[in-house]
Write a protein that binds this ligand. Structure first.
Ligand code: PEP
Ligand code: MG
Length: 573
């Protein structure tokens, strides 16, 4: 039987399932005689949960990186939060009830508040709060963590849901793949599975009901498919597919040290998008020739105050040093707002946050924050090939204002005798259609462009990038998008400036030949896509793709364009 889900992490694995159904934890709400004893019991469980989280956090930091470790730091913060913990304690005392009941009632009211907010970040906090409350509840009831059980042989885990803490605790040697009922491609556990390179398929609705522990299954994390109790012929076909994938990965791995040059000798650059200094190490291992986008907002998240200049300097310097003197490191200034919020920065509620005060708009309004970051960036430029990039630029005057604050930051450092690279390049993201339309003017004053298709598509098509119902409009291959990209590249080249792309589109197999043909100079993508892209680029012929790209610009729909590229380029390689 073949079941379809969402491909969360690539790879193929064949093995026995261990099925863990959704747990219902049973206890009764009861009144307690002595509230002080109940409070002690609750505080002990908080301490025990905190100890667990400390060790999970350290494991996550060692094996995955800073960003993943922060998730557990956020869980620990809930355990220290006087509003959350205090509300539970107050309930135990005032209502004289057991800690389990007080915990669940307080959790439900907090979760309801978080979930009612029209904001992805706050909804994720609700998931975190559920996760940490579940841990506390188990501590109170003396239940062992369900994944603490040791598997005697490697298995494929089939579960209702995997929380981030479950995922971080997985032993890669024992858990060869996982499948879940719920979750999406961008859920925390899916992101972690990709980092850990454990094949995974998520969002399979009732897979835990379809399977028994011991069933043989095949998880195809490339296609997002699960074969349940496959016959011998299917197993053989998948063994071959698995071999082919492993061989392909080996072949790609040989390209780690190679330059990215097309079959006819045209050089382009393959860079990585990162969110923290640890990602830079992974980027290098995956053959990145530079960092095309460092999303610095992650440094600002999962904490309760702004990072200081010193903290930021250390993070930026670490990336610059990891990448060495020559490899470019493009650091984007704070892109907060839209779906990315900071708990400690209270912003007025907006009807359309993606069209509101975000990114450079916010930074130009909060010059104090902006200058702190610019100083840190400038200081880091003394340690490597650092470039600065402003997000969401829509007008020339925004670019000029940002540059004048940068000039002030430089003057300050100069007067303080603090070293920095005075000639560092300063570029902008092209992700607002208005910027694409005035690219010729912007190109005179920016040192480079990086096209942010994730946003450019949603703004150009008037289709929210998170709204399923209009996802048919969110199409990177729509002729309007390709024409905008073409216009931006042409305008930059006319001024002798280079153009990159750091939106997800840059790593897509069908897009790469078009972008190359349009003259894109740098492709920046998630680290795990780099070698595959290099493998493809080395087989492509730049001269003939220039013509292909021109023809593409005359086609009438995304479907037509994709079919044309597949037939005339990819299928002929
Ligand atoms: C983009 O918009 O394409 C981009 C790279 O930025 P982000 O996804 O962080 O908005
Ligand atoms: Mg963007």
């Amino acid at each position: 039987m073949l079941r379809k889900g969402i491909a969360a992490a690539p790879g193929i694995v064949i093995g026995r399932a261990v099925v863990k159904k959704e747990e219902t934890i049973q206890y009764e709400r009861r009144t307690v005689e002595t509230t002080s004893a109940e409070l002690d019991r609750f505080r002990d469980s908080v301490k025990a949960a905190d100890r667990d989280l400390e060790s999970i956090k350290e494991k996550a930091r060692r094996e995955m990186g800073e960003e993943e470790a922060r998730i557990f730091e956020a869980h620990q913060l809930f355990l220290q939060d006087p509003e959350f913990v205090g509300a539970i304690e107050a309930k135990i005392e005032s209502e004289r009830i057991n800690a389990e009941a007080a915990l669940e009632e307080v959790r439900d009211s907090f979760v309801a508040i978080f979930e009612s907010m029209d904001n992805e970040y706050m909804r994720e906090r609700a998931a975190d709060l559920r996760d940490v409350s579940q841990r506390l509840l188990k501590k109170l009831l003396g239940i062992l963590d369900r994944l603490e059980a040791d598997f005697s042989e490697p298995v494929i885990l089939v579960v209702h849901d995997l929380t981030p803490s479950d995922t971080a605790q997985l032993d890669k040697e024992k858990v060869k793949g996982f499948v879940t009922n719920i979750g999406g491609r961008t859920s925390h556990s899916a992101i972690m599975a990709r980092t850990m390179e454990i094949p995974a398929v998520v969002g399979m609705s009732d897979i835990t009901e379809q399977l028994q522990t011991g069933d043989l299954i095949i998880v195809d994390g490339l296609e997002g498919e699960v074969h349940v109790r496959p016959d011998q012929a299917v197993i053989q076909a998948y063994e071959a597919k698995q071999q082919a994938y492993l061989q392909q990965k080996e072949e790609w791995a040989r390209l780690v040290q190679e330059a990215t040059v097309t079959a006819d000798g045209h050089r382009v650059e393959l860079a990585a998008n990162i969110g923290n200094p640890h990602d830079a190490v992974q980027a290098l291992k995956n053959g990145a020739e530079g960092i095309g986008l460092f999303r610095t907002e992650f440094l600002y998240m999962g904490r309760d105050q702004f990072p200081s200049e010193e903290e930021q300097f250390e993070a930026y310097k670490a990336v610059a040093e990891t990448m060495g003197k020559d490899r470019p490191v493009i650091i984007r200034t704070l892109d907060i707002g839209g779906d990315k919020e900071l708990s400690y920065l209270s912003l007025p509620k907006e009807l359309n946050p993606f069209l509101g005060c975000r990114a450079i708009r916010l930074c130009l309004d909060r010059v104090d924050l902006f200058k702190t970051q610019l100083r840190a960036l400038l200081r880091a430029s003394a340690y490597g090939n650092v470039k600065i990039m402003y997000p969401m630029i829509a007008t020339l005057s925004e670019l000029r204002k940002a540059n004048s604050i940068l000039a002030e930051a430089k003057a300050e450092l100069l007067s303080q005798n603090i070293p920095f690279h005075n000639e560092l390049e300063v570029g902008i993201m092209i992700e607002v259609p208005a910027a694409a339309m005035i690219a010729d003017q912007l190109a005179k004053e920016a040192d480079f462009f990086s096209i942010g298709t994730n946003d450019l598509i949603q703004y150009a098509m008037a289709a929210d990038r998170m709204n399923e119902q209009v996802s048919y409009l969110y199409d990177p291959y729509h002729p309007a998008i390709l024409r905008l990209i073409h216009q931006v590249i042409k305008a930059a080249h006319q001024e002798g400036k280079w153009v990159g792309m750091c939106g997800e589109m840059a790593g897509e197999e069908l897009a790469i030949p078009i972008l190359l043909g349009l003259g894109l100079d740098e492709f920046s993508m998630s680290a795990t896509s780099i070698l595959r892209a290099r493998h493809l680029l080395k087989k492509l012929d730049y001269a003939s793709l220039k013509e292909v790209a021109q023809h593409v610009l005359s086609l009438e729909s995304g479907e037509e364009i994709k079919a044309y590229i597949k037939e005339t380029v990819l299928d002929t390689l």
